[in-house]
Design a protein around this ligand. Sequence first.
Ligand code: UD1
Ligand code: CA
Length: 451
Amino acid sequence: MSETCLSVILAAGEGTRMKSAVPKVLHKIGGLPLVCHVVRAMQAVSSRKMIVVVGSEAEIVAAAVRPFVADVAIVEQKKRLGTAHAVLAAREELQKSVDDVLIAFGDTPLIEETALADARKALKNGADIVAMGFRTNKPMGYGRLVEKGGQLIAIVEEKDANEAQKKITFCNGGLMAIKGKHLLSLLDKVKYHNANREYYLTDIIPIGAAEGLDIRVIEAPEDNFIGINTRAQLADAEVIWQNRKRQALMLAGVTLQAPETVFFSYDTEIADDVLIEPYVFFGPGVKVAIGAIIHAFSHIEGAIIGENAEIGPYARLRFGAHLKTGVKVGNFCEIKKTEIGTGAKINHLTYIGDAEIGAYSNIGAGTITCNYDGYNKWKTAIGERAFIGSNSSLVAPISIGNGAYVASGSVITENIADDALAFGRARQVNKSGQAKILREHCTLIKQGKKA
Ligand code: UD1
Ligand code: CA
């Protein structure tokens, strides 16, 4: 589509029902603020320029949105006088010439690209105003789409609807697409509803109809239009979003053994033939390459998992964990900010942070990188094919060479050269017969025969 497209996202609602100090549109689903979901959907239909209308908190909303869209203007609507009034807060931007304008709500994050693309297509095919409708058996609270002879002639809000109109189950999703050249003149004609103290965006439908504009309705599934006002609705939207993501990944070639127990983030990237066992959580910033296996109960964020790597069960990968091909990270291991070379193994009960581990090294059970001295973080560098014996503490900064070998139970505080063997523990003493003497001694005490 070569037409220019501007999106106006309305987000000036106070969100009081969220009972939160955080602006409503910054609450998250799939690890991403609600308003950013809307921004991403708009971008998917080549809308490059965005205006977000906010009530207060302009700065924090702007900071959340900017990483996702270069060209964004944040506009404040000082008084909350309805959806038409909110769009007009962006008057200055709307005066610039633009072909298509998309209007969406910041608290309606599940709008899909296909619905938006259909709306833009309708504009291209001659429509002047496109409303987005959905059919529901629970129309309560939504504006009803009133048609005459198959043409949309009005949208009537629940509180203004008569009994016959209340029975209509074809509802207004809230989003609209409008030819840019008509928008301001339509909005300027919207009248103040004294009863509700609001200017309704939906009033542009009867105004446009009276002017003979081409008005159409695009239908989309109901879940596209779920608005979020409460934490319960936030959770409902999360369920829908997660289900969509699970379906998309399975269709793309990822195996999920119990899809409903696996949680993804908006940016999770998983390649073909990855197997994910039940109860796995992906926070933001995770990429998993072909053939990897993620065993049950693993928690992963900000990590890159290489081809055929194997994680968990019960593994925790934190930001900056970068596992190359064939790496194994087993149960109760935590990895942070560490690059792990091809084929290296860290299989049991270990913490590795701020480190670098060379290819084919083996990190024994219970190894801990002591990376933090209470003031600063320090690095642990381990070469290739090194062997770290179980229950070793590696006190950073420290460097352990290629092929080096650390004896179990060591506390390593000095660098180890390539191929060297390091012991960092007290020497063992064996005393023959002493255990028997000890046993007899203790038995006598127990029997009160000795003090
Ligand atoms: C709106 C529609 C209704 C539709 C429903 C779908 C109108 C008049 N009504 O009703 O037909 O069925 O959405 O969910 O458009 N906002 C502002 N400033 C304002 C008022 C609202 O920014 O002054 C924002 C809100 O933050 C919200 C959006 O606009 O994101 C919708 O406003 P809301 O009051 O929730 O409209 P509804 O009554 O739900
Ligand atoms: Ca609403």
